[in-house]
Design a protein around this ligand. Structure first.
Ligand code: SAH
Ligand code: SF4
Ligand code: F3S
Length: 435
């Protein structure tokens, strides 16, 4: 009898990649992937708690499985990731959803097999939340699902303690992987046919192996084969001239940088504990653009941080106008228990934050659209990622991260194709293959 697993993933690329590791563990135990929880013998929720709505989303979906579990008593439901790693959350989860079989934290992922075996032996819920991060586990072999891209962790955890952010509490302190292991992993991924490597870490610039981050990036960029190299995320305080030089020197490194600024107001940046001013951010952007004029810069922005005045918000708009981001993720501040900002006075009323985010999104969208228009008539190189059945078109991205759609009568997923852009619809481009 075949056994099936279904994984539901929330949150960042780190979690997306960890779900690939969960898939690796489950397939090693003889399970196969399936598309719906109704077909599954085990359902794993890999959760996120970065904002309240991420939590609510997970809670809602775990709640929806109650009926299914009543009908399928042998089905195992496991909840892991960042949500249960928060203080007292595992107990809350257990009380709220007593039918969940396994609750595990971010540092227990590689124990999943033994947790499942333990659950089979006992009736009561298995709860395993390790407090300390321990050694990096190199054993988990991911079952990758994002071909032609491959995610590669270079480090785990975060030491920055931005005052709004829960990540350092749920992911522990920074740990860097051995550079030789990273380079070996990338080498074999390229040999297997992966065409895009994305190095992952909460703050890749504070990678501390026997190499610095720019040195590591350089070693990977020197590997043979045609592939694109990306990395995320860069913290502006650690973004260095050495990194700009390496990016400029190796064509394999995409001219594309995600550099979250969060706010344009120095007062708010200080309260956020970001350790740079808006002027310092703009200087780094200017240095990058001087050396790599075509570099696309993307960012994250938060509105409604405690104490944010209209003037602070105007400073964020002004900074976004100056930089002209290729695109941006915009968020309304969400209070996270246990963080420093949660105790700050002057939490901003919801209506004010909503009005601010609408204004900000409008600005970012207009910048993104204007940039798309400049593409019309140009030929760009796309790495084909997928076939979009709804549109009947293949899709992929250029090195700057811009999405492009095109028709093709053969499967070109995983191949580089040149397309001439004919139309720009908001953020995405449409065109036809040219030689
Ligand atoms: N380590 C990365 C990303 C962390 S989370 C970095 O430092 O850039 C991704 C984004 O979520 C952050 O950049 C921030 O913009 C947003 N974020 C984090 N905590 C938040 C909170 N409490 N409320 C709203 N947005 C938040
Ligand atoms: Fe959170 Fe700041 Fe660390 Fe990013 S750098 S994960 S925003 S604490
Ligand atoms: Fe969410 Fe955890 Fe990533 S809180 S954003 S899944 S590190």
């Amino acid at each position: 009898m075949n056994k099936f697993y279904h994984i539901v993933t929330y949150g960042c690329q780190m979690n997306v990649h960890e779900s690939e590791k969960i898939a690796g563990i489950l397939s090693g135990m003889g399970y196969e992937s399936c598309d719906f929880p109704e077909q599954a013998d085990i359902v794993v929720f890999n959760t996120c708690c970065i904002r309240e709505n991420a939590e609510n989303h997970a809670f809602g979906n775990i709640g929806m499985l109650k009926k299914l579990k009543q009908a399928k008593k042998d089905m195992i439901i496991a909840v892991g990731g960042c949500l249960p790693q928060q203080m007292n959350k595992a107990e809350n989860l257990h009380e709220k959803f007593p039918y969940v079989d396994i609750i595990f934290g971010t540092h227990n992922l590689h124990d999943l097999q033994s947790l499942i075996e333990k659950k089979r032996r006992q009736k009561k819920t298995v709860i395993e939340i390790e407090d300390s991060e321990g050694e990096i586990c190199e054993e988990d072999k991911p079952l990758r699902t994002s071909y032609p891209n491959a995610w590669v962790n270079i480090m785990y955890g975060c030491n920055n303690f931005c005052s709004y952010c829960i990540v350092p509490y749920v992911r522990g302190r920074e740990r860097s992987r051995d550079s030789r292991k990273i380079i070996e992993e990338v080498r074999s991924l390229i040999a297997e046919g992966y065409r895009e490597i994305t190095l992952l870490g909460q703050n890749v610039n504070s990678y501390r192996g026997d190499l610095t981050f720019p040195q590591l990036l350089e070693e990977i960029a020197k590997l043979d084969g045609k592939f694109r190299l990306r990395f995320m995320t860069s913290h502006p305080k650690d973004f260095s001239p050495e990194l700009i030089e390496v990016m400029a020197k190796y064509p394999k490194i995409c001219h594309c940088l995600h550099l979250p600024v969060q706010s344009g107001s120095d007062r708010i940046l200080k309260a956020m504990n970001r350790k740079y001013t808006s002027a310092q951010y703009l200087e780094k952007v200017a240095a990058l653009r001087k050396r790599i004029p075509d570099c696309a810069i993307t960012t994250d922005l938060i509105v409604g941080f405690p104490g944010e005045t209209d003037e602070d918000f105007r400073a964020t708009l002004a900074l976004a106008k100056k930089v002209n981001f290729a695109s941006a993720f915009t968020f309304v501040y969400s209070k996270r228990e246990g963080t420093v900002a949660a105790k700050m006075p002057d939490q901003v009323p919801e209506e004010v934050s909503k009005a601010r985010i609408m204004e900000l999104v409008e600005l970012i969208n207009s910048q993104t659209r204007a940039l798309s228009q400049t593409y019309i008539g140009k030929t760009i190189e796309i790495l084909c990622e997928d076939y979009d059945g709804k549109r009947g078109l293949y899709m992929g991205r250029d090195e700057y991260g811009r999405m492009g759609y095109f028709p093709c009568d053969k499967n070109v997923v995983g191949q580089f194709v040149n397309i001439k852009v004919e139309q720009a619809n908001g953020v995405s481009l449409t065109g036809n293959i040219v030689d």
